[in-house]
Design a protein around this ligand. Structure first.
Ligand code: ADP
Length: 496
């Protein structure tokens, strides 16, 4: 730990200066003057004080966003828009190590992941969508020879975006990239646990040269605060939300006032299915990535591991051997593979799920507690339960932590039915060498993403989103363009 504290922090200047909201191109305090603290989850120390934005700040931001939409941004040529988004991607890469440190300090995640997943994917996502800005098209339609009919693709307008704390910078990119490419203006609320990288990226956006009011950032809370003010705002045209299912429902209700468009990416309880004919070593690694990546705080985490009975014991022995070698610690330590949970609240919630699993009769194969070697920090040991059945709460509810539920199975139909017996449908995976089985399963699992012989693979070009109660709308790829644009049909009378 001493090594980490002595380390020269590239983000120390940003950490030291007062944090402000970004409204209309200016960094300002909240109207109320209130602030809140953001905590380093590895040390429990206060990292920074951040403005607590509320309704009045959201109102100011929406007005600025509307002005920008009707003004310079709305009139800007699409290649200029593209250039600004490319410039933002370049600046993110220029400051990659600083941003990675900031993300690790605020969220807890291992620095290698911040650097090579979060920052790298953030830059790639902006680049991907910068390309789209110049490729938006309408169509001409041969409906009736008496009319010339064509469609225009227009921005939706002022967009509110509410994001979670598990991938703060990356979720901002998933939201800003397509919204800006389509010509919208945005009011973003980062999660209260992890507001820092959003603000730093706000600075980089200003440096890139986005006109005032195009991107606005209001740090603050959800209920009775900035989040609620965004979701029920009468002059916001669309809200995009990533977070908990229960919050998603609140946002849908709040959006009803002006019937704003809503897209939701919510929770998951993904089945990760390993057949006896799979490459077992690869599947063991996949099971670990599936559940322990980002400390299990991933909506598509493979939290239900279905193992074909004939390989169950061999698999479990290999799995627990590997887990025993995982290094848990401070995210800034280069050797760390698993960091702390984001907050005390999350740590306690996960520990309570571990208790519930024990009470419901699941067998603890490893982990099961906060590690005693860490006196500070919100750590939870990587934990695996065997002998789980699909009716236990640990198999039904989203734990959002490093807790794996192992469920044995015998046949294809049995596992397909069990895998789909969930209210969620965000993702799933299947491990097999049998191509037919893989395709059949890809079709049978009711979820928005299926990985075959891999897990947690992403690309900005490949759509992501949920079936069932995991939400609606698809982010990434060309599908996100649909979320952030309106189609207008134009009829021109050609009759003499
Ligand atoms: P988590 O429990 O993982 O923090 P949440 O769904 O509570 O997930 O949070 C995701 C985002 O939603 C955060 O930015 C949070 O502030 C915001 N949020 C929480 N409650 C509300 C609400 N009632 N209205 C609008 N935004 C909210």
């Amino acid at each position: 730990m001493a090594v980490v504290q002595e380390k020269e922090l590239l983000c120390k200047d940003f950490l030291a200066k007062p944090k402000k909201l970004l409204i209309d191109g200016k960094f300002v305090d909240a109207v109320s003057g209130k602030t809140f603290e953001t905590i380093n989850p590895a040390t429990e120390e206060v990292l920074a004080k951040v403005p607590e934005g509320g309704k009045e700040d959201v109102d100011k931001a929406v007005k600025a966003a509307r002005r920008a939409l009707d003004g310079p941004w709305g009139k800007m040529a699409t290649n200029e828009r593209a250039r600004l988004i490319y410039k933002l991607a370049e600046l993110i890469e220029k400051h990659a190590d600083e941003l990675a440190q900031l993300e690790t300090l605020d969220n807890g995640k291992p620095i290698t992941e911040s650097r090579y997943v979060d920052v790298a994917q953030t830059a790639e996502t902006y680049r991907y969508y910068a390309g789209w800005a110049t490729k938006l098209e309408g169509e001409t339609i041969n409906a009736n020879s008496n009319f010339f009919t064509y469609t225009l693709r227009e921005p939706v307008g002022v967009v509110g975006q509410i994001i979670p704390w598990n991938f703060p910078m990356l979720m901002q990119a998933w939201k800003w990239g397509p919204a800006l490419a389509c010509g919208n203006t945005v009011v973003l609320k980062p999660a209260e646990q992890t507001p820092l990288t959003a603000l730093r990226i706000g600075e980089l956006a200003m440096e890139a040269g986005f006109p005032d009011g195009v991107v606005n950032i209001i740090t603050g809370f959800g209920p009775d605060s900035a989040g609620e003010a965004i979701s029920n705002h009468m002059d916001i045209d669309k809200v995009a939300f990533t977070g908990e299912e229960a919050t998603g429902r609140i946002i849908v209700k709040a959006s009803a006032g002006n019937l704003k468009r809503v897209s939701l990416e919510l929770g998951g309880k993904a089945p990760n299915i390993v057949f006896a004919d799979a490459d077992i070593d690869a599947a063991v690694k996949g099971a670990i990535t599936g559940i322990f990546f980002n400390q299990g705080q991933v909506c598509c985490a493979g939290s239900r591991l279905f193992l074909e009975k004939s390989i169950h014991d061999e698999f479990m022995s290999k799995l627990t051997d590997r887990i025993a070698k995982m290094r848990q610690g401070h995210g800034l330590d280069e050797g760390t593979q698993i960091g702390p949970q984001v907050s005390k609240e999350q740590q306690q919630r996960i520990l309570s799920y571990i208790d519930i699993a024990k009470k419901e009769g699941a067998s603890l194969a490893c982990g099961g507690a906060a590690p005693s070697e860490h006196k500070k920090g919100y750590f939870v040991q990587p934990t695996v339960f065997t002998g789980v059945n699909n009716d236990m709460r640990i198999a039904k509810e989203e734990v959002f932590g490093p807790v794996l539920a192992v469920i044995p199975f015998t046949g294809m139909d049995e596992v397909a039915e069990a895998a789909n017996k969930t209210t969620f449908g965000l993702s799933g995976a299947v491990w097999t060498r049998d191509v037919k089985k893989a395709h059949k399963f890809a079709a049978r699992i009711k979820a928005g993403t299926i990985w075959v012989n891999c897990y947690n693979v992403f690309d900005p070009a490949v759509p992501f989103g949920g079936y069932k109660m995991s939400g609606y709308g698809r982010e990434l790829g060309k599908h996100s363009i649909e979320l952030y644009s309106n189609i207008k049909s134009v009829w021109m009378n050609l009759m003499d």
